[in-house]
Ligand binder design. Structure first.
Ligand SMILES: NC(=O)c1ccc[n+]([C@@H]2O[C@H](COP(=O)([O-])OP(=O)(O)OC[C@H]3O[C@@H](n4cnc5c(N)ncnc54)[C@H](O)[C@@H]3O)[C@@H](O)[C@H]2O)c1
Length: 260
């Protein structure tokens, strides 16, 4: 596939990209010419990604990091920045509902803490580490992974996940306002369900075949999202050409927000 090289000499840092959406985003940006740093705790997924990158001659550097540990995040940041010298694009991808219960009354404080720590507090911590580097360049692109759930509620993820994605959206707006004057944009991608193996499993567990069929038939484009849909949207907002777009919560859901 021929790609426009808009990310030549751009450094991207993306969290939790050993598998799932993050992996697709990392490979896509590397294909567009970026040097991509990937952090994840899953050593074998990272090994697989490194081998793929080597075979495809892509600039992807992986590090095993437990993103739940502030100390590991700080150490990984020091190591990455000493190698990369700069970070042009930060993609706060780590998150999810972490298989916590759907029903509000069944959710414990620990369910709320875990989901808020990985989705929100990690985003806060890492963004606070990266923004000073972006301020030095007077340039930066921050992309947060929000969700359709955080805008419209969810049919299969619970209140803790919906609330934390709403917080990510609000944080996105505030960072866009605060750092826009210094050349740093901040936007969020808000995907509907993308059929990664994990999401397929969750839907199978929480919805009947009939419910899934009905929901699919109500999505205006009559299909679920694919990795490429998310990666293309991220690439658009992360590119140098998108400097006049900030504070956007971009729905990437095939129009589903209009129907379910
Ligand atoms: N998949 C979807 O349908 C969907 C829809 C809307 C929003 N999102 C959002 O997109 C982002 C990515 O979702 P996904 O479904 O690809 O995620 P996922 O659950 O498939 O996880 C991807 C990676 O996260 C890593 N990870 C989990 N906890 C970690 C930790 N403590 N330290 C380091 N790595 C850790 C895993 O090892 C895995 O490689 C999330 O923020 C999610 O909320 C996903």
């Amino acid at each position: 596939m021929t790609q426009v090289n808009t990310f030549h000499q751009q450094v991207v840092l993306i969290t939790a990209a050993g598998s799932g959406l993050g992996r697709g985003i990392a490979i896509d940006l590397a294909n567009r010419g970026a040097s991509v740093y990937v952090w994840d705790r899953d050593a074998s997924a990272l090994q697989d990604l490194s081998e793929y990158a080597k075979a495809e001659k892509l600039m992807i550097t992986t590090s095993v990091v437990d993103l739940a540990s502030e100390q590991e995040v700080e150490t990984a940041f020091k190591t990455t920045i000493s190698q990369s010298k700069k970070i042009d694009v930060l993609i706060n991808n780590a998150g999810g509902s972490l298989h916590t219960p759907f029903h509000f009354l069944k959710q414990t404080k620990e369910d709320w803490d875990r989901v808020f720590n990985l989705n929100l507090m990690l985003t806060v911590k890492l963004t606070q580490l990266v923004i000073p580097c972006m301020l030095e360049m007077q340039y930066g692109r921050i992309i947060n992974l929000g969700s359709k759930a955080g805008r419209y509620g969810s049919l299969f993820a619970g209140a803790n996940y919906v609330a934390v994605k709403g917080a990510i959206h609000a944080l996105t707006l505030q960072l866009a306002q605060e750092f826009g004057p210094q050349g740093i944009t901040c936007n969020a991608i808000c995907p509907g369900a993308v059929m990664t193996p994990r999401v397929k499993g969750l839907l199978k567990e929480r919805q009947s075949d009939e419910q899934r069929e009905r929901i699919l038939n109500e999505i205006p484009v009559r299909r679920h999202g694919e990795l490429e849909d998310i990666a293309n949207s991220v690439a658009f907002l992360a590119s140098p050409e998108s400097g006049f777009i900030t504070g956007v919560l971009l729905d990437v859901n095939g129009g589903q927000a209009m129907s379910t």
